[in-house]
Ligand binder design. Structure first.
Ligand SMILES: NC(=O)c1ccc[n+]([C@@H]2O[C@H](COP(=O)([O-])OP(=O)(O)OC[C@H]3O[C@@H](n4cnc5c(N)ncnc54)[C@H](O)[C@@H]3O)[C@@H](O)[C@H]2O)c1
Ligand SMILES: [Zn+2]
Length: 383
């Protein structure tokens, strides 16, 4: 028998930019990034809703590229939103477009849209030729403050959230604040849930900053909103780049605080409940559970729920109480699915204090049930 263990060191540059009006002729950041990579071709995949909000964008993009020494293959517009990752249609359409435009591994697929659109087009780019360079332009609060700077992409499959996907570091992420202000107010506010999440598990002072600026955030004051998005995105990126486990080989997933329940609620409601509100509920549930299990003080838990309330984020959905044929809450199967998705032992992050997470490996279903009852009662008294 012979056995050889090699080390394969690979490093990635994770380029993250915050800017405004990236396709205006004066803004050269995209040109610089493209030149840095030295690739030959590029094409743009634009989400329909964004195109509708910014009718001049397609011409702006075309104008921008005419100034560059690059073979630009045009802008294609596709429908986005959660439906775009519900099946593999958009993935296939993206593959076909990449193929007919002859984009190779040194070319750029530039994707402009919300988190769901980025996920589906990103997955297609990650798998075409085993990886065409991807430049992401996230256009929602959630995708700018979290998913856009991540190194994952996925679509839903087999009735489960993000079941097919890949780890793939994008060539660059350009958070253009221009797009941040055209979503409806509720969705814009709700997307801040990932900022609250990363503050809770990573940075107490950021949580305090959110608390201090709660009214301005709830009022969506542009400057404060943009600051919050940038702080959140950087915390996410720093965790990925410097946290020691960018491709989630281990079981600990701090950035998934509140997500086991969120992913299950999304799937249970056939994705009628979107990711951001689902995370709000999951985060409220795991916060209360952290308190009931004795890790977190009840006053801290209340403080956290008040921030959610201040942002208009709901803490309850009737699906929390849906039962299976044995009378068990259907939500609880989400714990098994979460474990399977991660691989290995069940590992869920709970809270000890603001900015301090702690991994646990088992859940008490009775206590969870009590937390759900409390969320329902609080929600009923609010609505
Ligand atoms: N890959 C990752 O690491 C990762 C991390 C977190 C979340 N996600 C995924 O991201 C998705 C959620 O992303 P999202 O919250 O951006 O939702 P989304 O992509 O569904 O967008 C929400 C809505 O906003 C619209 N929209 C997009 N940009 C707009 C703009 N500028 N103005 C007006 N409307 C606009 C979209 O058409 C959609 O209707 C989920 O599928 C989630 O699983 C992925
Ligand atoms: Zn999330």
């Amino acid at each position: 028998m012979s056995r050889y263990d090699f080390q394969i060191p690979v490093t990635f540059k994770h380029r993250i930019v915050f800017t405004r009006d990236a396709f205006s002729p004066e803004n050269q950041i995209l040109a610089e990034i493209l030149a840095e990579g030295g690739g030959r071709r590029a094409m743009v995949f634009l989400e329909e809703t964004v195109a509708a909000h910014w009718p001049a964008l397609v011409d702006e993009i075309q104008g921008y590229f005419t100034e560059l020494d690059l073979d630009f293959r045009g802008t294609l517009i596709f429908t986005g939103g959660e439906a775009a990752k519900a099946d593999d249609n958009l993935v296939r359409e993206t593959w076909e477009a990449l193929d007919s435009a002859h984009l190779d591994r040194h070319s750029y697929a530039i994707v402009i849209g919300g988190g769901a659109f980025l996920d589906a087009v990103g997955y297609a780019a990650a798998t075409a030729h085993r990886g065409v360079r991807l430049i992401r332009f996230p256009t929602t609060t959630l995708s700018q403050d979290d998913s856009g700077v991540g190194v994952k992409c996925a679509i839903n499959a087999l009735g489960k959230k993000n079941w097919v996907g890949a780890f793939a570091v994008p060539f660059a992420v350009i958070n253009d604040f221009r797009y941040l202000h055209s979503q409806d107010e509720e969705t814009r506010r709700c997307g801040l849930i990932e900022a609250v999440k990363v503050a809770l598990v990573r940075d107490r002072s950021f949580f305090k900053w959110i608390e201090e600026n709660l009214t301005a955030l709830a009022d969506l004051e542009p400057e404060i909103l943009e600051q919050c998005v940038e702080k959140s995105a950087l915390l996410h990126a720093r965790h990925i780049a410097e946290g020691g486990d960018p491709f989630e080989m281990g079981s600990s997933r701090p950035l998934d605080f509140g997500h086991w329940a969120a992913h299950k609620l999304e799937a249970m409601t056939s994705y009628q409940l979107f990711h951001a509100p689902a995370v709000g509920i999951g985060l409220a549930l795991d916060t209360l559970y952290s308190a009931r299990v004795g890790l977190l003080s009840f006053s801290r838990a209340t403080e956290i729920l008040q921030v959610l309330d201040g942002l208009g984020i709901s803490i309850y959905h009737p699906a929390l109480d849906w039962l299976d044929e044995t009378g068990r809450r259907r939500l609880l199967a989400g714990l098994d699915e979460f474990r399977e998705h991660l691989g290995g032992e069940l590992t869920v992050m709970l809270l000890k204090d603001l900015g301090q997470g702690v991994d646990v490996h088992e859940f008490d279903e009775v206590l969870l049930g009590e937390c759900i009852n409390e969320l329902r009662t609080r929600w009923e008294s609010m609505s």
